[in-house]
Design a protein around this ligand. Structure first.
Ligand SMILES: Cc1cc2nc3c(=O)[nH]c(=O)nc-3n(C[C@H](O)[C@H](O)[C@H](O)COP(=O)(O)OP(=O)(O)OC[C@H]3O[C@@H](n4cnc5c(N)ncnc54)[C@H](O)[C@@H]3O)c2cc1C
Length: 818
């Protein structure tokens, strides 16, 4: 019987009864937490869920995301046995076809990555594709992939089945009730107001689909998503189509197909989407569709007729055009909002909510119960966005591009083009005038490289791209001369207060209780000893520290620190990113250049590595931090934004006789990888410890008071299996090949790892990579030397040398992280 009574209080309120809300309720109850009330303004699944096509494809952009969907497939196959309600799950497999050589290369790369992740996959010819999918025309195809574990489900049935599972264990689900406000008390959520009264709650979980942005606004939480029209058709019956027909994806034509009652569901992801809901999402948009939009659908239909010519003679039974919410980067939003304690979000599913709901629901439930994610979820962590990402005009312009990303070619280094420029450094115009080709990170426009001529853009390919030589010159300038990087996008957090030192020292794995003027490279670890961040801590005063961290980490790191500060401590954190530009002057001649514009003594004795001083620079006064991310002598100059242009001009003038040049992020990547420097979210993740990352030197086990993660690290030290997982450096023996990251790593012919980052090393004269191995025994130098190492580059195996210590280690500067 439908539940109607409203409790006065409960432990958990879930807002939204789509597949995601129901999955969170299901998994919370599975973890033994049953004091749950799920509130749905209409009926279960009435929002976006009911009209989903129900495709469940396992492979996603990161191994962590793939694992979540693999769990979904397992759950969906078992749910009916548990709840007695059918889910329509069919493990029909999927065929993905390639129309071009580039797409085939991409599929081969995908196949290698899939195998490394334990996902079953087979590379097939066009003919084999037709055998699996008989009504397809294959004359124009290069080949394809067969993934037997993919499937399809009925989204509404799945939602009801998850809801039944949650109810069976005690969760209450109330339909026809609207949440009208989120209640807060002293920075925490305290409940919800509804059109039928209030409910006090310890935790509120916002699973309101395309309404989630609005729910967030009720309590000052940014949930950056925007709706777009999304559509498919269902055809009349077609001869030769059986119920167990696999799902077919033809990404070059932007389309997918699945069987439905003897006909086909055909939909897709057109390159330019149509945003929807600019004036707000109507409350009572229950079981509703938008008007048929054949104009928008035309590009999909044209392509479908190429793939299945029979469709030209087949009638259309139904046109489904439903709005779905998309986020700025095509990944969903999960986790506790940094703005409000105990307020969680699971929304913005970018047309993969059915496939993702099982894994995402479990991950969010664990995050809620444990108080932190239990695995690497950075790709979907809501803290990868900031308040400025919630700007409606920006979201509107970005969503047009995001929907099409599903099937767009995932080129290495692919940049999004829409809604840019967004955030600009004070040097933006200067660098643009010098032919900077910009990329975007955390909204910042950042110079990737400097082209020889104006108007050049990136010519995407899986091999060497058009900027290879330009970056080689920047690389050489850093190794042999001097170059200037605009690194203003670095996030900067100022931590002040009488207890600042004590609190930071408890959260940082390194010892930051150092003399004023020292800089410490350290990790921030979780209780499992895994990385939550790595950053540098500059001690400016007794009670004042400046933390410099990655561009994408401002919100997440600030949140991690604030959550871990003792509530009664006298400590304050301010994000000062927008106040300071950072100019990194790097290279063996950097001292000579800097000496021309400052009276400060820059000698090794007066200004040693890992120290920071306030120095005069021309007419400006800046913080100079002797640190490097490229492994050469250099200073990161932290400059008030209004002085940045002047400092830049002074340095360029001073460097002229030394051949100074601008350098960009592509050069930086190659330089850091040659030196084997690890980067957050690539090599350093919440599942990797400093021991596995080879960064034990940056941990102080003996400092007074210990630090978060110490006990786990001590246990790991004595665990003989801990170093079976390890980050190591690899350099290809074939100097001509290009790696990009994501490739599978083979040990004596068997996949045991994955390339996390890769770039061409212009000093080592070969592609160089940092890889994560999961080996059958401890990964040591002896183990590496005993075996044959290869990297699978789109089906071709290339021999590699494996190193625990970097093969590039001249007498130059110590690294930022080593
Ligand atoms: C045409 C189309 C095809 C798709 N095909 C696929 C596919 O093949 N595979 C796939 O994985 N995904 C697919 N999707 C995407 C998928 O449907 C969504 O990602 C998923 O349904 C999102 O689920 P949700 O629970 O987040 O949102 P919803 O289902 O929208 O649920 C949110 C719920 O919150 C409720 N709510 C909102 N505000 C309030 C309030 N104030 N008080 C109480 N309740 C509230 C709403 O009524 C709604 O029921 C498709 C989407 C579309 C549009």
């Amino acid at each position: 019987m439908a539940e109607t009574n409203l409790p006065e209080r409960t432990q958990y309120v879930i807002v939204g009864g789509g597949i995601v809300g129901c999955s969170v309720a299901y998994h919370l109850t599975k973890m033994g937490h049953t004091d749950i009330v799920l509130l749905e303004q209409g009926q279960l699944s009435c929002g976006t869920t009911w009209h989903a096509a129900g495709l469940v494809g396992q492979l996603r952009s990161t191994p962590a995301m793939t694992n979540l969907i693999r769990y979904s497939t397992q759950l969906y196959s078992e749910l009916e046995a548990e709840t007695g309600l059918a889910t329509g799950w069919t493990e029909c497999g999927s065929v993905t076809v390639a129309r071009t050589d580039d797409r085939m290369t991409m599929l081969l790369r995908t196949a290698a990555a899939a195998r490394a992740q334990g996902v079953e996959v087979e590379v097939i010819t066009p003919e084999e594709a037709r055998e699996k999918w008989p009504v397809m025309q294959v004359e124009d195809l290069k080949g394809g992939l067969w993934m037997p574990g993919d499937g399809k489900a009925n989204a509404t049935d799945l939602t009801q089945s998850l809801a039944r599972g949650a109810r069976m264990r005690g969760a209450r689900i109330i339909e026809g009730i609207k949440v009208t406000d989120i209640l807060t008390d002293k920075g925490r959520v305290s409940g919800v107001a509804t059109d039928r009264g209030r409910i006090e709650a310890e935790v509120v979980i916002n699973c309101a689909g395309q309404w989630a942005r609005n729910i967030g606004k009720m309590c000052g939480v940014s949930v950056p998503l925007h709706s777009a029209e999304h559509m498919y058709i269902v055809t009349e019956q077609i001869d030769g189509i059986a119920p167990d027909l696999p799902v077919l994806r033809d990404p070059d034509g932007y389309i997918y197909f699945k069987e439905e009652t003897g006909g086909l569901v055909m939909g897709g992801f057109e390159p330019e989407a149509k945003p929807w809901g600019m004036n707000g999402i109507p409350d009572n948009f229950f079981f509703q569709l938008l008007p048929d939009n054949w104009e928008q659908f035309e590009i999909l239909l044209e392509n479908a007729l190429i793939r299945v010519p029979q469709m030209a003679e087949t009638g259309v039974r139904k046109f489904y055009n439903g709005p779905e919410s998309f986020t700025p980067d095509n990944n969903y939003l999960l986790g506790e909002a940094p703005e409000l304690k105990n307020f969680f979000v699971g929304a913005g599913f970018n047309s993969m909510g059915i496939a993702s709901a099982g894994g995402a629901g479990r991950a969010l439930a664990e995050w809620i119960v444990e108080g932190a994610p239990t695995m690497d979820l950075f790709a979907v962590d809501i803290r990868r966005f900031a308040g400025f990402n919630n700007n409606p005009s920006w979201l509107h312009d970005r969503v047009k591009e995001v929907l099409g990303l599903h099937y767009a070619m995932p080129w290495p280094n692919r940049e999004l083009d829409s809604a840019r420029p967004f955030r600009r450094s004070p040097l933006y115009d200067r660098l643009a005038a010098k032919n900077a080709v910009f990329g975007s990170k955390m909204g910042w426009e950042r110079a990737n490289y400097f082209a020889a001529a104006p108007g050049e853009g990136i010519d995407y390919s899986f091999g060497r791209q058009n900027w290879h030589e330009a970056v080689a010159a920047e690389h050489r300038a850093v190794r042999e001369g001097v170059a200037l990087f605009d690194q203003s996008s670095f996030a900067k957090l100022l931590v002040q207060g009488r207890d600042a030192c004590r609190e930071l020292n408890r959260i940082c794995a390194g010892n930051v209780d150092v003399e004023i003027g020292k800089t410490v490279y350290t990790g921030l670890l979780n209780i499992r000893g895994g990385y939550e961040s790595d950053l540098t801590v500059l001690r400016l005063k007794t009670d004042e520290f400046l933390l410099i961290t990655g561009s994408a980490q401002a919100v997440r790191d600030a949140d991690w620190l604030r959550k871990n500060f003792d509530e009664s401590a006298h400590v304050f954190l301010t994000d000062v990113t927008s106040s300071w530009a950072v100019l990194a002057l790097m290279g063996p001649k950097s001292r000579k250049v800097l000496a021309k514009v400052t009276k400060t003594d820059l000698s090794n004795e007066a200004f040693p590595f890992a120290t920071v001083q306030s120095i005069d620079l021309g007419y400006a006064t800046v913080l100079a931090n002797r640190m490097t991310y490229v492994g050469e002598l250099g200073w990161e100059l932290i400059v008030p934004v209004e002085f940045a242009v002047g400092v830049y001009e002074d340095l360029m003038r001073a460097g002229e006789t030394h051949g100074i040049r601008d350098a960009g992020y592509y050069a930086l990547e190659g330089l850091r990888l040659e030196k084997g420097f690890r980067a957050w979210s690539r090599e350093l993740t919440p599942d990797i410890t400093p021991l596995q990352a080879g960064l034990t030197f940056a941990v102080d086990f003996d400092k007074p008071g210990g630090f978060i993660g110490r006990e786990a690290l001590l246990a790991a030290k004595s665990d003989p299996d801990h170093l079976k997982t390890r980050i190591v450096q690899m350099v290809l023996k074939d100097g001509g090949a290009q790696l990009w990251g994501g490739e599978a790593v083979l040990c004596d012919g068997r996949e045991i790892g994955e390339v996390r980052s890769a770039a061409y090393g212009h000093t080592l004269k070969a592609a160089t990579a940092l890889v994560q191995l999961h080996a059958p025994e401890r990964v040591t130098a002896a183990f590496l030397s005993r075996h044959m190492w290869e990297i699978d580059l789109a089906g071709t195996r290339l021999e590699a040398e494996a190193h625990i210590r970097t093969p590039y280690d001249p007498s130059g500067e110590r690294p930022r992280n080593g």
